[in-house]
Ligand binder design. Structure first.
Ligand code: DP6
Length: 364
């Protein structure tokens, strides 16, 4: 395991500012269930979304009192005190690895490219953007002009992913690359429970620029948070089998990604989505996050696939919205189908068109 402890602050910096933009991601094999310290119960893999991003500017200035964290947070220019507990927890969890946090006062300014009341989770893009900002400060503090002290890009990304994981598990899959694995799997070299890695094997051209149209079925806050849902996997009657299944799905997916077998891909992706929701329905207490229109959309997708032999499929995250996934060469046909038959099931007919790709970048 890599050593992510902070080496030493060589430079004295009184104040500074850093900005990162970081993408959201959608899991094909789902992370649902975790151990202590944000360690996943099973490996997961996700597509990175090119356009759904969070941009975060972190301003930092040295303060006298080093006994507590001090920060304020703004979303689209508006102070957001209700985000504070999550950030405080994040800072507490990462403090050991970035001990300079208490030496600064932070102003966190954040905005999303997607509407914040869209029901799209911003924790992956938000926590990864913040982790990248923190890493830029670590780099500024610890690097000198001597190449000996230079922080490698690979270390920077791995530690950023490691820190992001401690903020929100899925955030560790939003640091680099367009297909990311998080969690140890015996057939994936370099895979780790501690951080995400770029999927290291061959990926067929069928998956290049894969499209994701997110149908916004319900833009409200979800009634059950992911954190609560993960916890319900403890003592869950089907947990053990589910975690094994995720490993099996990953083994199958390695071959599918190589050969480009889209029918087999669809089977795994849809099964993972429904299994995720099945776990919610069979936990105690049980709950349902899908809405009637989620099912209408799923049925319409299946009917369209039967009718046209399209390779369209769906996946779900922990909510009612549906991610419609399809190859780039079907873009026009599927968009026509969505506009004719699926938008009626979306709240205010809203959807977000995105595609797989990597859009993280440092802005300042
Ligand atoms: C259903 O990463 O939001 O989207 O680690 O508690 O912050 P925490 O959970 P989170 O869980 C995401 C679960 C999921 C599946 C996935 O992205 O793999």
């Amino acid at each position: 395991m890599l050593d992510f402890n902070f080496k030493s602050a060589i430079n004295h910096i009184n104040e500074g500012v850093v900005t990162w933009s970081s993408p959201s991601n959608i899991a094909l094999i789902k992370y649902w269930g975790k151990k202590e310290s944000q360690i996943p119960e099973n490996p997961s893999i996700s597509f990175t979304l090119n356009d759904c991003k969070t941009t975060t500017t972190l301003k930092y200035s040295k303060k006298e009192d080093v006994n507590h964290f001090s920060f304020e947070i703004y979303l689209d220019g508006e102070q957001k005190d209700d985000f504070k507990p999550k950030i405080e927890t994040f800072f507490k969890r990462i403090e050991h690895y970035v001990p300079f946090l208490k030496e600064y006062h932070f102003t966190i300014e954040t905005s999303n490219t997607f509407p914040h009341s869209s029901g799209i989770a911003s924790s992956a893009s938000g926590m990864s953007a913040l982790a990248l900002c923190v890493m830029s400060i670590e780099k500024a503090l610890s690097e000198t002009s001597s190449s000996e002290d230079e922080m490698s890009q690979s270390y920077f990304n791995k530690k950023a992913s490691f820190l992001a994981r401690l903020g929100s598990g899925s955030a560790c899959r939003s640091i680099e690359g367009d297909l990311i694995v998080w969690g140890e799997h015996k057939e994936i070299k370099g895979s780790s429970d501690a951080y995400g890695i770029v999927y290291p094997y061959e990926v067929h051209d069928h998956f290049k620029n894969y499209q994701d149209t997110i149908l916004l079925v319900d833009k409200g806050e979800k009634q059950v948070s992911s954190t609560v849902g993960h916890n319900l996997m403890h003592n869950h009657p089907f947990a053990k089998r589910r975690f094994e299944q995720a490993h099996e799905h990953m083994s199958k997916l390695i071959a599918i990604l190589k050969t480009g077998d889209l029918d087999a891909f669809i089977e795994i992706v849809e099964s993972e989505a429904l299994t995720l929701h099945a776990m919610m329905m069979t936990s105690l207490p049980y709950f349902i996050l899908m809405k009637p229109n989620t099912l209408e959309i799923i049925n319409a997708i299946w009917a369209y696939r039967n009718r046209t032999k399209s390779k369209i499929c769906f996946t779900l995250d922990a909510g009612a919205n549906v991610h419609v996934l399809y190859p780039e060469n079907e873009k026009d046909a599927v968009m026509e189908f969505i506009n004719n038959e699926l938008v009626v099931y979306c709240q205010n007919r809203h959807y977000i068109s995105d595609q797989i790709g990597f859009g993280a970048n440092q802005i300042q």
